[in-house]
Design a protein around this ligand. Structure first.
Ligand SMILES: Cc1cc2nc3c(=O)[nH]c(=O)nc-3n(C[C@H](O)[C@H](O)[C@H](O)COP(=O)(O)OP(=O)(O)OC[C@H]3O[C@@H](n4cnc5c(N)ncnc54)[C@H](O)[C@@H]3O)c2cc1C
Length: 343
């Protein structure tokens, strides 16, 4: 097997690193030499953490022009780093799969005349190429592909590869590299704050569907029309789901029906047109189990379903099922976990 030289892009939002970046670093180390790449402003802490997670060297572009993620500046900086003939030219560039890295990987691959394989769940080295396993047809099949590009660009799915154990205080080489700062766009603000446990990295996800609004005994405040009353009821349902997720240290997910009805933002949607997740535990509350929803949870290790309808298709996917009203079952579960976990 060739000793591969891999650049690993450490994806972070204001210093908060997407944990799959460390999984990518561990994977790169198993292939040979792993150089972590950190972009931003004031990112010394991220660079130091990359050393602790095993990077052989960290390449840092620290520049105020890189404070906010913009695909043009980040892609130009990465492409110049990886350009043929430069001292850091790699065989492979690895990214965690996120919304940002899909754009970044694609743009920098175009700059280098290469291409991108996204969402890898398995990888092996064969000669001077990597062979990537990735899910297709909504996760029903897996294909093995390789890229003719040089360097090869691959994004990996979160929680598909083991995370290395960090070694606190580990020292190593941090090398400053130049930022390419020309950009046609500026970032004016963020409409969605990245807070709480991210769905992509969550070990536990508690999700709600259309059923979270189905509690006719809840009396909404006066003056709401039918749609507003439905949303108000759904908010009470999602408050219960959020409480259970918090007690378990998990994230909150949703079906597309819940998102389309305006109960919760799209960023929480799980499924074919939402996020594909791989938690250890997925608790589906008031979700029927449509094929497009199941496409997002095929890699979940244990699925628990809570649904009033004993014939709901979600029970076919679930290891444990509770037939009942989520407005009774979810608070009872929260209380039981609080006691069990001493919270
Ligand atoms: C191209 C395409 C892409 C799609 N992508 C996605 C996607 O990414 N993600 C996704 O989720 N869907 C997706 N869908 C939609 C999908 O087909 C379903 O319509 C959707 O998943 C249904 O959501 P739901 O289960 O919340 O709602 P429903 O199917 O209406 O189910 C609600 C469930 O709640 C139960 N329930 C009601 N009240 C209670 C209560 N009080 N306690 C307990 N249970 C209760 C009911 O028994 C029922 O099973 C897509 C569809 C298409 C065509």
């Amino acid at each position: 097997m060739k000793n591969m030289k891999t650049l690993v892009y450490i994806d972070h939002f204001k210093g908060d690193v997407q944990p799959a970046s460390w999984e990518a670093l561990g994977l790169a180390k198993s292939f040979g030499t792993a150089l972590a790449v950190v972009f931003g402003a004031g990112v010394h802490g991220v660079a130091q953490t990359a050393l602790e997670y095993g990077a052989d060297e960290v390449l840092v572009a620290d520049d105020s022009a890189l404070t906010d993620f913009r695909a043009e500046t980040y892609a130009a900086t990465l492409a110049s780093l990886a350009a043929h003939g430069s001292s850091s030219t790699p065989d492979l560039i690895l990214f965690p799969t996120t919304t940002r890295t899909r754009e970044l990987a694609a743009m920098s691959a175009v700059d280098l005349g290469s291409n991108v394989i996204t969402d890898a769940t398995g990888m092996e080295v064969n000669g001077d190429k990597v062979i990537v396993t990735r899910p297709i047809y909504e996760g029903k099949l897996f294909e093995k592909v390789t890229s003719s590009g040089n360097p090869q660009f691959v994004t990996i799915r979160g929680r598909a590869f083991p995370k290395p154990e960090p070694e606190a205080g580990k020292s190593g080489t941090i090398t400053k590299v130049e930022a390419k700062t020309d950009a046609l766009t500026t970032v004016e603000g963020y409409s969605v704050a990245e807070v709480g446990v991210s769905l992509n990295d969550a070990g536990v996800i508690v999700s709600g569907g259309r059923g979270v609004s189905n509690n006719p005994s809840l009396q909404p405040p006066a003056g709401l029309d039918d749609k507003q009353a439905e949303i108000w009821r759904a908010q009470q349902g999602f408050a219960l789901i959020t409480e259970l997720a918090n007690v378990l240290g998990g994230a909150v997910g949703a079906s597309r029906a819940a998102v389309d009805a305006g109960y919760i933002p799209y960023s929480n949607q799980v499924g074919q047109t939402g996020k594909v997740v791989a938690p250890d535990l997925y608790i589906a509350c008031g979700i029927s189990g449509a094929i497009q929803h199941l496409a997002g949870i095929r890699s979940a290790k244990t699925v628990v379903a809570i649904n009033k309808d004993a014939d709901a298709p979600i029970f076919k996917q679930a290891r444990y099922g509770v037939v009942g009203d989520l407005f009774q079952i979810v608070p009872a579960l929260t209380e039981a976990f609080k006691k069990k976990l001493g919270k």
